[in-house]
Ligand binder design. Structure first.
Ligand SMILES: [Ca+2]
Ligand SMILES: [Ca+2]
Ligand SMILES: [Ca+2]
Ligand SMILES: [Ca+2]
Length: 520
């Protein structure tokens, strides 16, 4: 990508289009709450406080993304900048495989090449302790890069290190999303734990797969400090989640095995077991003979005892909750006819003090998916509270936030449309939707844009520190192909929605990017 095209648009609210859409919703639910003076309805909030078109758009030729945006101010202007992985088709190198965009206008701050897709989402970690977040991000076939956030220069590149090169595609396969753990090599810098596995060259039902590993690396050098093979000897496609703890011995790690077409388990272990290189004592929380565990799990307190419990979902369409202390199953709920690849979203949707769970599931069987089914589950009981079918297949995760300050969170999801053009040619567009559980209504948030989103979860938070919510989201901008890696856009949306004081779920794996929901 030599010449990224950037352009800005004026803030325009296309009220007419939205009013037409809202009138459909309004007829179902009566006059949509504009009468209420104290609390605006969700519909009114979407209409009056959120722009229908992006404030800026960065369009980049020749690449696409699976990655979800992460935000940190890298150039010190007080505005959050956007960090993303990207790439061309599988097995193709790209000169823009990791990038940082200026949050002010979408201009490229720096970019990095890679030999294959960087499908992961970045871990932010100030490796060189200069006060600016640095980036660790993973991808296919041994790709794991540590990049200086301020300058864009590499700290280390796992697949270029002499000790690792002979083992790429032999022992080291895909790197999933890394997480922070306490400093283990004594340099004063917190280190990282990451899962590795998944040989893409294997046929779908070939059971002879290289086993996956949990690996501990020095954040400063990329050196492998410890590694431990999966307890069942299976492969892994799972981004682990670490339970926050002050003590190394209490650091628990959720990980999973198996894939789209091969069975596997969901496990919990602790950091000491990884250091000892032996996961045979890991506790198996769930197992499926036919399909594995791919969606990242969440640590969230569902029982109200201030101990984090576990919410997870298997590829076979089953959702689970386990008590954090005893690890006993709290509830289980199957979503028939679906497979689950997307990490859950957490929010207060039902009016209870217990967080609830929202899961997007793919209808069909890999690789033949049609629509996406969305379910909301009461976190305390595991009872199905809401379901809907909306949008063609994609595996991004839901976000949750209280847009209209009525104490209940709404969900924001990415939605793909498939239509047919004049000559019968398929046309892809995508947008974001808001789901309002109180009225069981849903609202298209944005003017649909050309192209399709595969797996990029939007980000929301206060990008420019003005107290109001901003949204950042990515998609392919090729209108003719569903899995296109030849043109993509990053969009920034401004709103007049005040940032809530209460915890919200604003990114892939939550606001801390770590799969942890801490109630505030
Ligand atoms: Ca900045
Ligand atoms: Ca730094
Ligand atoms: Ca260290
Ligand atoms: Ca609300």
């Amino acid at each position: 990508m030599k010449n990224p095209k950037f352009y800005q648009r004026a803030r325009v609210i296309s009220g007419i289009v939205l009013l037409a859409l809202l009138s459909i919703g309004a007829s179902k639910m009566g006059w949509f709450g504009l009468v209420s003076r104290s609390k605006a309805s969700v519909a009114a909030t979407v209409l009056h406080k959120m722009d229908r078109v992006p404030d800026w758009v960065a369009e980049m030729e020749g690449i696409g993304t699976f990655s979800s945006p992460r935000v940190a101010d890298l150039n010190g202007d007080g505005i959050g900048d956007i960090i993303l992985g990207a790439g061309r088709q599988e097995f193709q190198s790209s000169d823009t495989a990791v990038m940082a965009l200026d949050g002010r206008d979408g201009n490229l701050l720096w970019h990095h090449s890679s030999t294959d897709q960087v499908f992961g989402s970045a871990l932010l970690h100030d490796i060189n302790q200069d006060g600016i977040q640095d980036i660790v991000i993973g991808g296919r076939n041994g790709i794991l890069k540590a990049i200086n956030g301020k300058t864009g220069t590499l700290f280390w590149d796992f697949d270029k290190m002499e000790a690792h090169i002979p083992l790429i595609r032999e022992r080291y396969f895909n790197f999933y999303n890394p997480q922070l753990i306490p400093d283990l090599d004594g340099d004063g810098v917190e280190d990282i734990i990451v899962s590795n596995g998944g040989d893409v060259l294997k046929q779908p039902f070939d059971p002879h797969r290289p086993e996956g590993y949990l690996m501990v690396l020095s954040a400063a050098t990329g050196e492998v400090l410890y590694e431990a093979r999966m307890p069942d000897g299976k492969e892994t496609y799972f981004s682990l989640a670490v339970k926050p703890s002050d003590k190394q011995s209490d650091t628990e790690i959720l990980f999973g095995t198996g894939g789209e077409t091969l069975g596997g388990g969901l496990y919990v272990t602790n950091l000491d077991a990884v250091i000892q290189g032996d996961l045979s004592g890991a506790k198996q929380l769930a197992y499926s003979e036919e399909k594995g565990f791919i969606a990242p799990p969440i640590w969230v307190d569902l029982t109200g005892n201030n101990e984090l419990d576990v919410v997870a979902a298997g590829v076979d369409g089953t959702c689970y909750a386990f008590e954090g202390g005893t690890k006993r199953k709290l509830w289980e709920l199957a979503i028939p006819g679906t497979e689950i690849y997307a990490s859950p979203g957490i929010g207060f949707f039902t009016g209870s003090d217990t967080p609830d769970v929202f899961i997007s599931a793919a209808i069909g069987t890999w690789p033949n998916f049609t629509f996406t089914k969305h379910v909301m589950i009461e976190g305390g009981s595991g009872k199905l509270s809401f379901q809907d079918t909306l949008g063609y297949f994609q595996s991004s995760s839901p976000l949750a936030i209280d847009l209209n300050r009525d104490g209940r969170d709404e969900v924001i999801i990415s939605v793909n449309y498939e239509n047919f053009g004049k000559e019968g040619r398929k046309l892809y567009t995508n947008t974001l939707f808001v789901i309002d559980f109180l009225t069981a209504s849903r609202y298209e948030l944005l003017e649909p844009q050309e192209g399709h989103n595969i797996a990029s979860t939007p980000w929301m938070g206060d990008l420019d520190k003005d107290g109001y919510l901003d949204l950042v989201y990515c998609h392919s901008s090729n209108p003719y192909h569903g899995f296109a890696f030849d043109r993509m856009r990053v969009n920034r949306i401004k709103t007049e929605v005040l940032i809530p004081k209460r915890t919200f779920w604003g990114a892939y794996m939550g606001n801390g990017y770590d799969g942890v929901f801490l109630k505030k």
